[in-house]
Design a protein around this ligand. Structure first.
Ligand SMILES: Nc1ncnc2c1ncn2[C@@H]1O[C@H](COP(=O)(O)OP(=O)(O)OP(=O)(O)O)[C@@H](O)[C@H]1O
Ligand SMILES: [Mg+2]
Length: 280
């Protein structure tokens, strides 16, 4: 006997649910790195800052990079952003392999596709907040889309500070200018290196809210290096580095779980003292 439509539907339901799950989770990698290594120095004195790192950064997500001091966070971020070259491996941004680009093309790609937020704000002291915000566009001789400019300025809540110079703004306000400056070009990816490192917890929280909203409301892709478990708890994904390797790669975590994970990573593995020959 032929199955009824209802029976067929019931039979297929699990596969349809599975397909829907796959489609929902399948996202595009905006940044993809394969086999990244970075070695400083040569011979006995060489430091392996990155050891064969593979990573895909998905579009429209906030990814935090954490790990003990010296684990390779800044090195990884600088290489992903095309600010430093790896010793081995490759990186693509938005489908373009940046590790093969010549300096001029790389500069252009950075300008068009990448936004940066630094720990120390890095605003130009002689420019007003507004001029700082549109600086990346001015440098590229592009005009801001008026509606987008308004949305960004509203999002960072700086409508009544636009004519102020950095020295006339609080640290939190300066960092909000920096966030707006990074968003104004609608970069494929926004990199933030310890964006709350120089802020107290309240203003730091405001900047984190802003980064989170740029992901939720504008679909921005964000990669943030942070030491702070609270900051990392706003991330969709947390990548933990140790000794130049990805040690853990987790979805959203609570602040407490992040804190415990970091504490574990920082505990050096039991070291065994071995007497190596005569003392020098
Ligand atoms: N220019 C350099 N020359 C030599 N060694 C370097 C250089 N830059 C970084 N290193 C080394 O590479 C390793 C990784 O450094 P990196 O700055 O990426 O660490 P990090 O995780 O960002 O640390 P922190 O949390 O302290 O900022 C460290 O051992 C560091 O000493
Ligand atoms: Mg660092």
């Amino acid at each position: 006997m032929q199955p009824t439509i209802t029976e067929e539907r019931e039979r297929l339901a699990p596969s349809i649910a599975e397909l829907e799950r796959v489609f929902a989770t399948e996202t595009r990698a905006v940044v993809a790195a394969r086999g990244l290594t970075r070695t400083y120095g040569k011979g006995d004195a060489s430091v392996h800052a990155l050891r064969h790192v593979d990573i895909d950064i998905t579009e429209g997500k906030l990814t935090a990079i954490m790990g003990p001091s010296g684990s390779g966070k800044s090195t990884l971020m600088h290489i992903l952003a095309g600010l430093d070259q790896p010793t081995g491996g490759r990186v693509s941004i938005d489908g373009v392999e940046i590790t093969r680009l010549k300096e001029k093309k790389l500069t252009q790609l950075r300008r068009d596709k990448i936004g940066f937020i630094f720990q120390s704000f890095n605003l130009l002291a002689t420019l007003t907040a507004d001029e700082n915000i549109v600086l990346p566009l001015s440098l590229a001789r592009r005009k801001a889309d008026a509606a987008w400019r308004r949305s960004v300025i509203e999002a960072v809540g700086l409508q009544d500070r636009l004519t102020h110079r950095p020295a006339e703004l609080s640290g939190g306000q300066q960092q909000r200018v920096a966030v707006a400056r990074a968003l104004i070009t609608r970069p494929a990816v926004l990199f933030a290196d310890e964006p709350t490192g120089n802020l107290d917890s309240r203003t730091g929280g405001e900047v984190l809210d802003l980064l989170r909203r740029s992901v939720d409301e504008f679909g921005q892709t964000v990669i943030m290096v942070t030491h702070d478990a609270g900051a990392a708890s706003i991330a969709d994904r947390i990548v933990f580095l140790k000794d130049g390797r990805i040690e853990l790669d987790e979805d959203r975590m609570t602040r407490d779980d992040i804190y415990d994970t970091i504490k574990n990573l920082e505990t050096p593995a039991a070291t065994v003292r071995v007497a190596v020959g005569a003392e020098r």
